[in-house]
Design a protein around this ligand. Structure first.
Ligand code: FES
Ligand SMILES: [Fe+2]
Length: 403
């Protein structure tokens, strides 16, 4: 993020802290709970967004050199993502061109050849069929046209995107817009390495998981013994542009940092930027890395999803130095921080999300309410409603018996 923007945001946080104010959406909105339970809507979301739009499947650091790969089964189509011999990012349907068996069953690693376990057809990291046993018995096969089926794939700003639809497109100019394309180019996501990964299979709709990242109103209450020790609750910056939006959470370290001259200010010390990538990704860059949360629907069950929480870091030496830690102790400390963060999401946020889902499933409330201090929720729900062709949630001055 450019430094003048960091200063603008930090000043805004300070103004809120000094005046005991917060962001203001300009009103409230009622949100129908059916959005979390309706099977027809869930099917549309799955087919229109998750099966046919670009999905973030990892960061450049997940594929460190030629032959490195990762597999992904989050979007029904099995995906094999590789870095080919030229270092280019590629993605394929992970299904053998012989009779369709899954070719690569490991989650990640490095291989020169991907060999199908069924009859040992083998493919190179560029997806080309390079060998099959007993070709003289099998019959005439033109290897050139029997490579793994390619999927649209693009690597940008250190982020790896794949469209699970082989005939689909990837339009990162639209998905990230000028704003995020510009800002992500400054975060150096391409220099990060994966430290930890966790999966939380949770009894709530994927949008309830996303909602929990959309405000800091709950910090002093739900996270009173955890995040509230590091963050000021009820304070944030919020900006939106088209379908994009970004929050800045406010760290308590701002209290000390604001005493320094503004040219020494750093947004990752004063706050935690939270970027939303449609439909289901939260990116939170911090001093030496980034947290990535992806909420993946469970097809056929609107009341369930799996959250994948990943923690990527700069090189151990660089990260340890930036945090003033001893390199020898760094991995253990960083791993603990990452695990604690994930456990807060699982044990605090997602417990609330599941209880919201229970109420929604029971039909006990037709609507819930988003406050003036929860603008990301207003924007997020109206953004996907627009894409689904649903009426926007109207802005209300207040909630009263009549309306
Ligand atoms: S199905 Fe893969 S080699 Fe036969
Ligand atoms: Fe939370």
């Amino acid at each position: 993020m450019r430094h003048d923007e960091q200063v603008r945001l930090i000043k805004q946080l300070c103004t809120h802290l000094d005046g005991d104010t917060n962001v203001d959406a300009g009103g409230l909105r009622r949100n129908p709970t059916a959005t979390y339970t309706d099977p027809a809507q869930a099917d549309r979301e799955w087919n229109e967004w998750f099966r046919s739009m670009p999905q973030l499947i990892g960061l450049s650091g997940d594929l460190v050199g030629p032959g490195s790969f990762l597999t992904n089964n989050d979007y029904s189509i099995p995906i094999l993502a590789t870095r080919d011999d030229d270092g280019d990012f590629k993605a394929f349907v992970n299904s053998c061109r012989h009779r369709g068996a899954i070719v690569e069953t490991e989650e990640r690693g490095t291989k020169r050849r991907f060999t199908c376990p069924f009859h040992s057809w083998s493919y190179d990291p560029g997806g080309t069929l390079v060998g099959l046993p007993k070709p003289e018995h099998f019959g005439d096969v033109d290897k050139e046209c029997m490579g793994l089926r390619p999927l649209p794939a693009e690597e940008r700003h250190g982020l790896l995107f794949v469209n699970p639809d082989p005939d689909g497109a990837i339009d990162l100019d639209w998905l990230l817009g000028e704003w995020f394309n510009d800002e992500f180019s400054t975060w150096k996501f391409d220099e990060l390495e994966l430290l930890t990964t966790a999966e939380y299979d949770t009894a709530c709709n994927w949008k309830l998981a996303m909602d929990t990242f959309g405000e800091t109103y709950h910090f002093s209450s739900l996270h009173s013994d955890t995040l509230a020790l590091t963050f000021h609750g009820n304070v944030q910056c919020y900006d939106e542009e088209g379908h994009l939006h970004r929050m800045i959470l406010c760290k308590r370290a701002i209290d000390e940092m604001r005493q320094l001259p503004a040219d020494e200010w750093d947004i990752t010390v004063a706050g935690l930027p939270v970027y939303w990538i449609f439909p289901n990704v939260i990116l939170m860059p911090f001093e030496v890395g980034v947290f990535v949360v992806r909420a993946i629907p469970t097809p056929g069950d609107p009341g369930r999803h799996v959250s994948k929480v990943e923690f990527y870091l700069r090189s151990k030496e660089e990260a340890a130095k930036a945090l003033g830690l001893d390199t020898a102790d760094f991995s253990e400390i960083a791993t603990n921080i990452a695990q604690n963060f994930g456990e807060i999401i699982r044990d605090e946020d997602y417990v609330m999300s599941s209880s919201q889902q229970t109420a929604a499933n029971a039909g006990s409330l037709d609507e819930i309410v988003f406050g003036r201090n929860e603008p990301a929720l207003h924007h997020y729900h109206n953004t996907y409603r627009e894409l689904l062709g649903l009426e926007a949630l109207p802005l209300l001055d207040g909630i009263s018996a009549g309306g």
